[in-house]
Design a protein around this ligand. Sequence first.
Ligand code: PRX
Length: 646
Amino acid sequence: MTQETIQSTLEEIRVFEPPKSKALFSSLHDWKLASDAFQKDFEGTWGNLAQQHLTWQKLFTQVLDERNPPFYRWFADGNINLSENCLDRHVNNGLGEQVAIIWEGEPGDVRRITYNELLAEVCLAANGLKSLGIKKGDRVIIYMPMIPEAAIAMLACARIGATHSVVFAAFSAQALHDRIEDTGAKAVITADGGWRRGAIHDLKSCVDVALTQGCNSVEHVLIVKRGHHDTNWQEDRDVDWVDLLKAQADVCEPTIIEAEHPLFILYTSGSTGKPKGIVHSTAGYLLWAHLTMQYSFDFKPESDVFWCTADVGWITGHSYSVYGPLCNGGTTLMYEGVPTYPDAGRIWKICQDHGVTVFYTAPTAIRALIKAGDDYPNAYDLSKLRVLGTVGEPINPEAWMWYHTVIGKERCPIVDTWWQTETGGHMLAPMPFSIPTKPGSATLPLPGIFAGIVDAEGEDVKDGGGLLVLKKPWPSMLRGVWGDEQRFIETYWEKFAHKGYYFAGDGARKDEDGYFWIMGRVDDVLNVSGHRLGTMEVESALVSHHAVAEAAVVGRSDDIKGESVFAFVVLKEPESEGLEAILRAHVSKEIGPIAKPDTIRFADNLPKTRSGKIMRRLLRDIAAGRDINSDISTLEDQSVIAQLQG
Ligand code: PRX
């Protein structure tokens, strides 16, 4: 958490009333009614919603099974197929010609895919997967650019009950390798590349590298030819996506899937060890992805064009580029490339050209667009926009105000959504036509969510800051950490086991209106451009280089990225020419470009406490160029401070 964030949020006093609109929820009273229903009858309300909003293969008889906390189970004796909910039921309801996906490639090519077409494609892909021997319970890695086939692959897996794990396309071969090994995936679906900043970003060669050692579980690699360039084809392993689908029938009965069947695994960083594979269920996850589209965005499937700019490699892309909008039978927009390519007007041009009505992005993108100047958005017709969302990190009030005035023309409510990979969907967010907003606050819990701020003992904090917790289970909660039950318990549940609270890892405070203000992570997790990064992960990557003896990584506040990576490194031998650049490239190779340190500072030692712990607070002060607030009297080697200060 940065000092700057806390201060600016503490000073914020502006309040914006929600615009009047024919919305699904159009007053504070509506929010209260919806929330009260859960107070009065928690399980009954969830049960009714699940029955009303989803199409079941077999209806559940029990809503919540809490016999074995924290292993909660929702709708457990019901059966449901997610792809049937996102596709068949809309086609059966006469919506087959409605556009499901509008896709724009970076070079400007456009595809508009109807529900009829999407269903047929997903069936072809599902049959293709089956023909390769992939069946319910198998894991499939999806390592794709933002092209419709990424969504088709996800839905095809869901149709046959294969658990997918999407790996962000900018992650390195090493990161991909680790995820393949951890999931024991049977297949990898990838592309020969995708367009990024005017050039093809090759993915297939990364897969080849990832598979050179280990990864023995992988039997097939499926390749979508988007890049159309030569790849090192391996006949016994590689399968051309188009050839495979051509040979299939376009009808595929949805497999019977139990409500708790793992829909996907998505890796995210924590304060210790390698990234954790967060496991999500089918029914509970889908219900909340579906409902939050309505609660947080007032999503109207018949008239809205919804654009969530997140890549499918992140939870936001799962819930709000693909599953949420499609489960509602609406139109979702996907864009392949870099949002500022060929210039900073690209996003606004896409909004104009496709008539985007609900737009959802991250504060880091907003800050970058502010920097580019108002001429870009002002050059485009943004009059169709009606709701603007943000996610991923605290939004600074200045960025909020710019979004509100320059993009929303003071007409569109700003929906600041707080949630996590683990929560599956939004937890705190202003329902756009019900809840007054304050710049920088994610406002109030959505109906059904019981959030609180507590002290280290788990007691409610009345004034000042504390730890953000979720006090009751919710349907889209994570079901575990793949292959590591203990880590699931230790990370999220042990801290407040006596209360049964979920510990989110964020600090927050509540104001006099009960509004939540997120202050940032309380653990060693950085938030770089809205992406989570464990300091330890970057440290391990640095130490894996032969020249490095020891490394400590902290975050430094950054105008655009929110936080940037700042590394202190102790070398085994004297610093050689160009080593800083070499280490940066090394981290990029180990994890991905997001993790590259912006600054590396070399020193003979790292400052440690008597018990041998690295003094991170001191390092954070040094990185920020602030006065040192830590007690350094116990440091054996005081001269190291001067070295660290550079
Ligand atoms: O610290 C919070 C921050 O992002 C973390 C979750 O990261 P991840 O699992 O990658 O999911 C990001 C997209 C949901 C949280 O613990 N965060 C997310 N949204 C907000 C936020 N911080 C402040 N305000 C938000 N709206």
